[in-house]
Design a protein around this ligand. Structure first.
Ligand code: NAP
Length: 320
């Protein structure tokens, strides 16, 4: 299976339509322009303010508030809104899609996204769902940068019978954006991401709220001594609330399954602490440490100690 475009330097698509130009949509625009992958980029956002800002930043030559107008004449359309908006967007663009076009998305859940988008895709248009496993806790059109996908994984979850050429072309597109590409079923994706991304975010949101509601430790102390570990949870918990609301509403079964397992393991730790079982604690902490080494060996993080950026630094921090 391989992409059939004759010239590796030529644009792969004549017009890319990005529906949503927040962190992920704007990063696709930066990376696609860096690689010369598309002839033109147009975009869509629900608010006039975001449309204006996206044009100022040069993310798109033309922005629309109506997704149906944005997909006109586009041979690649990527949905980059929170997943809760997908069904409405797909319904609006369906009748306006160009024959032969590829429609994809970047949503953090996949089975529910396919359920919401696929019924609106006309015959002759190729829909292949995707998820770049790369991001930061920031959002909006100013948050994007061209390097976001470099060395990160993009998971594609084609349905049975998906067009092979369209799949190969989308794979090549993501590779040229900087990603490694893996193909898996939507259900498997949702299970894997539930434990590697969704439950960690839920834990971060929860622990930050628990600390905020404590009565015997002041807010000032929580902030002052946050470098003890809490600070890293606050970074994850600063992620966009609408995006994460939609993730949990749309990956309910897999998240509940992983939360069940997490709760069982938490009880094991709780019992070990209660009964002074140091061997169990040490064994569980040693096992966890080995996972960190595996992530570094797979080049998904660096071994440098992370004491946080200096206050005032505006460095981008890829996280997931
Ligand atoms: P974001 O920065 O909050 O951007 C979302 C954009 O979608 C906003 O600019 C918003 O525009 C626009 N939007 C919302 N509803 C819309 C609609 N009905 N029509 C057109 N535009 C609409 O979000 P993001 O982080 O880029 O996430 C986008 C998608 O990527 C989500 O599905 C998420 O699951 C997935 N994802 C996120 C990450 C991450 O780390 N953030 C990583 C991988 C995948 P307005 O400003 O005009 O409201």
């Amino acid at each position: 299976m391989g992409d059939k475009s004759a010239n590796a330097d030529a644009p792969m698509f004549k017009r890319l339509a990005l529906i949503g130009v927040g962190l992920i949509g704007s990063s696709i625009s930066h990376a696609a322009r860096r690689g010369g992958l598309v002839g033109e980029i147009v975009g869509c956002s629900s608010s006039v303010e975001t449309c204006k800002r996206a044009e100022e930043l040069g993310l798109a030559t033309k922005m629309y508030t109506d997704p149906a107008q944005a997909v006109d004449d586009a041979d690649l359309v990527i949905l980059c809104t929170p997943v809760g908006a997908y069904a409405g967007v797909a319904k609006a663009i369906g009748p306006h899609l160009e024959q032969g076009a590829i429609v994809s998305d970047v949503g953090s859940v996949k089975a529910a996204v396919i359920r919401d988008i696929a019924p609106h895709i006309p015959h002759g248009v190729h829909f292949i769902a995707g998820h770049p496993v790369a991001g930061t806790e920031q959002s909006g059109p100013d948050a994007g940068f061209a390097e976001l996908f470099d060395g990160r994984w993009c998971i594609l979850t084609p349905e049975d019978g998906a067009d092979k050429d369209a799949l190969a072309k989308l794979q090549t597109f993501w590779k040229r954006l900087g990603s490694e590409v893996e193909i898996m079923s939507p259900e498997h994706h949702d299970m894997v991401l539930a434990i590697t991304s969704h439950v960690p975010h839920l834990i971060a949101y929860n622990i930050v709220n628990t600390a905020a509601h404590l009565e015997r430790v002041t807010d000032k102390e929580v902030i002052k001594f946050s470098a003890g570990g809490f600070r890293d949870f606050t970074r994850i918990a600063a992620s966009d609330p609408v995006m994460w609301r939609d993730v949990f509403l749309n990956n309910r079964d897999a998240v509940l399954e992983m939360l069940g397992r997490f709760s069982e393991d938490l009880v094991t730790l709780q019992r070990a602490i209660r009964f002074g079982d140091g061997a169990t604690l040490e064994k569980m902490f040693t096992d966890a440490r080995a996972v960190r080494r595996g992530i570094i060996q797979a080049s998904q993080d660096t071994p440098q100690p992370d004491f946080g950026r200096r206050v005032g630094s505006s460095a981008k921090t890829p996280s997931r």
